[in-house]
Each structure stands twice: as structure tokens, then as C-alpha cells.
Design a protein around this ligand. Sequence first.
Ligand code: BGC
Length: 342
Amino acid sequence: MAVLAIGSCDRGCRFSAEQSPNAGTAPIELARGVNLGDMLEAPVEGEWGQRVQQHYFDLIARAGFDFVRLPVKWSGHLLAGSGQGSSAFSIDPDFFDRVDEVVCWALERDLSIIIDLHHYDEMQTNPDLVAFVSVWRQIAEHYRHAPPQVLFELLNEPRDAMTNALWNRYAAAALQAIRESNPHREVVIGPSGINDFSALADLDLPRDSRLIVTFHYYHPIPFTHQGAVWLDGSEAWLGTDWQGTEAERLRVIGDFDVVSEWAREHGDARILLGEFGAYKLAPQDSRIRWTAFVREQAEARGFAWSYWEFASGFGIYDPESGRFREDLYQALMPTRGVLRDP
Ligand code: BGC
């Protein structure tokens, strides 16, 4: 098998045993990241207006981020196989090639990358443990020789039929399957209840020294999701602002304190604020204020963060002009100065 040549990320790049870097390494430190939303999380890449592009990784690295979170709709790329029942489905090898290419683009630029299981809708409506574990076993085996800068995230925003009790079983089973081939890889796990901080209390944290605990923060929803096309009734919220009043700030502080306290009670668990952002239809000055304040609260507590998202409806980058949205960028990276054109 060919060794992954960092520097040439042609389609079909592979992670081989010769590298074997996935053993006994120090934990990967994440700090500031961005989500590549609406890309590989769409049923077919491009269908939601965005494709992952190699030069995005140059921009992201140069802008000072140290990792990306990659939402991937693996469940849209399952082929009927020869086995029995739901475990019969295997991940399309062509799709693996595409994800490998993207993973490789990140690694080449010293960016860590979280491979996230996103929009596995069946798991939220009609959970199937055998299918869930089977998908994870395949992903884990595929990346077993990838460098430790490749992280796994078990499931984006478990909810609905994936109740707390069920999710605790599913997460433990998937982790066990991952550990068969990846004893040391960092795995990101979040609570059910849409990864909301308030659901952390119900998460049974598996005993495992290579876990990062994630939560998402979009409060107040009528502010961050005003006019969001995927949310019924959200147009009624248009015009909602976030002035950063004492009451507004105290709410965020109180919510984040809950997370800090939970982390302390769980052996100083490492925390990732995996998604936060305000949709483009929110008043821009409020978006900037809220984004900066939430980011500050995360950093003050030592949480890593990844902004939702890069180039779509919440985007810090405008793919049409080929430029970062400077005001949003400054809210995230105030000490980096003005970004010059690439
Ligand atoms: C969902 C996206 C959505 C975002 C903000 C993500 O977890 O996958 O579709 O745009 O949250 O609501």
C-alpha cells in the first residue's frame, strides 16, 4: 500500500500502516476552528451550493485556525452489500476517496480535522444500533493509520427518537467499535438533546482518556436562527437583535458556567464548543457582538471552539468575492489584525 505523501493529495490518497502514527502520542490540542458546513453534509456534495475546495484550507490556515470540523453525511453514501439487514450497507469507496482527499488537504496544511457523522437522519427517527456501529466500524478501520490530527465525532446533534438513554448506549457501542482499530484516536462526543449544554447532565461519559466533549451554542435561538429557511416560523423572529445587555450577557455566562462545572465534575473533561454562529439575516452589528462575546466566554474557560460555518449562510468567508467577512473574522480573531487578500 502506498504511503500517504503529504504534499500530493490526489484522489485516492491512502493512509498506510507504514506511518503508524496513531500510537501513544500526546493528546491533540484544539483551539480555534471552523466548520465546513453545507458541503459534504449535503446528500450530494454541491447540492447545497458549496463544495470543499483545496484553496479553502490555505485561507483557513493563513487566517489562524488550527482545525476544521468536517460535517459528512456518510449515510447518503451507503451501498447495498452482501450481508444481512442494516449491517449489510457499506460506505461507497468513491466517497471515501473524496473524504480522504479533503482530509489530506487539511493535514498538508497542519490543520487537524474532525470527521463528523452529520445528518444521519434515520438515527434520529428510527435508530438502529447495528447500522450505527457498522458505519463507525467502517470509518474507523478506514482511518486506522491516519495521523492523530484526524479526529472522529460520533454523531451531530442526537435528538428526537435518539433519546438520552438510547444515545448513551449508542455512543458507548460506537466508541467500543472505534477502539478496536483506533485505540488512541481522539473522539468527540456530545450530549443528546441537539448537543445543547443543558443536556450534558444526561450524558454518561464513557471511561476513556481520549475523549473531547462537545456542545453547541445558539442561544437565544430567535436571534441566531431568525429567517433560517430550515426552521418553520423563523421569519417571525426577523429583526431580533442582541445588544449585549447585562441580562443577555449573564445568560451566556450562566450557560457556559454550567458546562465548566460539568467538566470539573467529570475529571476536567476537555470541552469543544463545536458549533456557534448567527445566521446571515440577523442584524449584522448584533451578530458581531454575539459572536465575539460567545467566543470570549469559550476562551475564558479554556474551551476549544469551531465557528459555524465557513462559506454558507453563517459564513465568515464570502465565496463570491473571495474574501473573509472582516467584521465577523475580527469577532473570532481579534488579535490577528486585518486579513490581507490572499
Ligand atoms: C446543522 C445545519 C444548520 C446548523 C445551524 C447544524 O448542526 O447541521 O444544517 O445550519 O446546525 O442550525
